[in-house]
Design a protein around this ligand. Structure first.
Ligand SMILES: [Zn+2]
Length: 97
């Protein structure tokens, strides 16, 4: 098949500059891709699943998604925005001993 893999512009992708520092973390519930988002890339409020609080616009934080979604940029729906400290707490709880 020669299906062309052209990317449609996606506003969510456009908002987040995934040129940030991307790394993978191995947790008990699987591998995660974690990207640091700078304050200038955080152009709207997000809700942190760690503490269920808002991450205000302009706050540096993290975006994480399961690494089986290796497309990364195609996994927008699975991305979760975390406070940096909430993600750290999670990795301490669920990371390898
Ligand atoms: Zn949080």
């Amino acid at each position: 098949m020669s299906r062309r893999n052209r990317r449609e512009p996606n506003p969510e992708i456009g908002e987040i500059k995934i040129g940030g520092i991307r790394k993978s973390e191995e947790l008990k519930d699987g591998g995660w891709i974690v990207v640091s988002i700078t304050g200038s890339s955080a152009v709207k409020d997000y809700r942190c699943p760690g503490c269920d609080m808002t991450i205000p616009q302009g706050t540096p934080h993290l975006v994480a998604w399961p690494d089986y979604l290796t497309g990364g940029d195609g996994a927008v729906d699975e991305r979760r925005h975390w406070h940096t400290q909430c993600w750290r707490r999670r990795t301490r709880q669920t990371g390898k001993r």
